[in-house]
Design a protein around this ligand. Structure first.
Ligand code: NZQ
Ligand code: ZN
Length: 387
């Protein structure tokens, strides 16, 4: 096990009607707030009114910025930064999913910086300070509600890039599973795929003697798999929605990565897909992750055997471990398919025309992944395997 420091200070406020306390939680950070959200959805379903009332009850002045798109754009981030500077904003409240939260995080960093916010995503500049942010989460998926990262798309060249800093971790995140009842099945399934991917990225490590986190990863994966079909068939099943929502946070709050070095190659390979084709991140992962597994499993067949056995209950064939490993990969692919995800480029109507360009862009800052280092030709092969 590697040495590690684990500190996740995001206060999680979980349960029914908890969005009503957002004013009390926010006022601690000041009286001028930027309210950040996506489409008109929260205005139609009453969530916006509840949040605004709670903020007003605490005497908080609100500046609004809606319009965050999935795969959030740097142009809106720049607008948000200008608003924060103009109105001397103290605190940013994100109401929505990973896209809204990531946009809020980028604004929070940009508001404390004199240069262009994209500098943080090219690596030209490191984030050093941030406005504090809070979250009312409406989709369990990205785990951004307690992660230290943000992923933003630059329309100029369609680069989707990540950056992060401990100060970007939200101060609090309100998780009410009832707010996820309205999610379309497709979005629910994208979220499930993404949270599973966050665990798998950590699970496939070269680190030995990480039994506790192996078992925690396996438990979280099994919980998600166990509840996935229930939430799709019964969208208002509170118990199942609650399990999925908490799993999404646990999957990405860094606990499951303690003492081990995760891979993250599949995420970087996927970001080119959602950057160029604007598909949902979870759907892109359902296509890329099984292909990545097929490409790398021989590097440590035993780890893939363990995964197949402990997560998918595949019986271990002592005489043919490769068969067991491949059966686990197949089960993963079939599961993504069973919840309505595309598992090939073809199913997502993506052709081969950008494979070379995507492989080049993905690796232009160096090789990807840690389980095995992937160079441009490897990434290209993975896109081919995902065809
Ligand atoms: O725009 P709104 O109105 O919020 O609608 C959203 C959006 O259209 C909708 N939605 C959200 N909650 C809903 C709902 N519809 C009905 N009922 C509800 N309760 O769902 C759509 C997708 O929302 P989005 O925020 O894009 O989804 P998600 O949470 O999956 O976030 C995806 C983004 O997060 C990034 C991804 O790359 C992607 O850009 N990630 C961020 C990470 C991080 N910061 O730590 C890690 C992840 O690996 C990921 O890369
Ligand atoms: Zn992800």
């Amino acid at each position: 096990m590697q040495d590690f420091v684990f500190q996740n200070s995001t206060k999680i406020i979980f349960g029914k009607d908890q969005e009503q306390v957002v004013g009390q939680e926010s006022v601690v950070y000041g009286k001028k707030l930027l309210l950040h959200y996506g489409g008109g959805r929260i205005k139609n379903n009453g969530l916006y009114d509840t949040v605004v009332k709670s903020l007003h009850d605490q005497g908080i002045e609100i500046v609004e910025l809606g319009g965050v798109k999935p795969n959030p754009r740097v142009s809106l981030v720049r607008e948000g930064i200008a608003l924060c500077k103009e109105h001397d904003i103290d605190f940013i409240l994100a109401v929505g999913g990973g896209s809204v939260i990531d946009s809020a995080k980028a604004i929070a960093a940009g508001a404390k910086y004199d240069g262009d916010v994209w500098d943080f995503f090219t690596g030209k500049e490191a984030v050093s300070d941030c406005l504090p942010i809070g979250v009312v989460l409406t989709i369990p998926a990205a785990g951004s509600e307690s992660s230290s990262g943000t992923v933003i798309t630059n329309e100029d060249g369609w680069y989707k890039r990540a950056t992060g800093h401990m100060k970007m971790r939200p101060q609090f995140a309100i998780l009410n599973p009832v707010l996820t009842y309205t999610l379309p099945s497709y979005q629910t399934a994208c979220g499930i795929t993404d949270m599973m991917a966050h665990i798998l990225e950590r699970y496939f490590t070269n680190e030995k003697n990480v039994e506790l986190t192996d078992r925690l990863c396996e438990a979280a994966l099994r919980t998600i798999i166990h509840n996935a079909h229930t939430v799709l068939e019964e969208p208002t099943n509170y118990a199942a929605r609650a399990e999925i929502m908490w799993s999404g946070t646990i999957a990405h709050n860094d606990l499951l990565g303690t003492g081990r070095i995760g891979d993250w190659g599949s995420h970087d390979i996927e970001h080119e897909l959602s950057g160029i084709y604007d598909i949902a991140h979870g759907a892109g992962l359902a296509i890329i992750f099984p292909a990545w597994m097929k490409y790398v499993y021989k590097h440590d067949v035993n780890r893939f055997v363990q995964f197949a056995n402990r997560v998918w209950d595949v019986e271990i064939d002592m005489n043919n471990p490769e068969k067991t490993a491949l059966a686990g990969i197949k089960k993963t692919e079939q599961f993504f398919s069973s919840i309505g995800m595309p598992v090939t480029m073809k199913e997502a109507e993506i052709g081969e025309e950008h494979f070379e360009e995507m492989a080049k862009k993905a690796t232009e800052r160096g090789p990807l992944g840690n389980f095995i280092k992937l160079y441009e030709p490897d990434v290209y092969q993975i896109y081919q395997l995902a065809k």
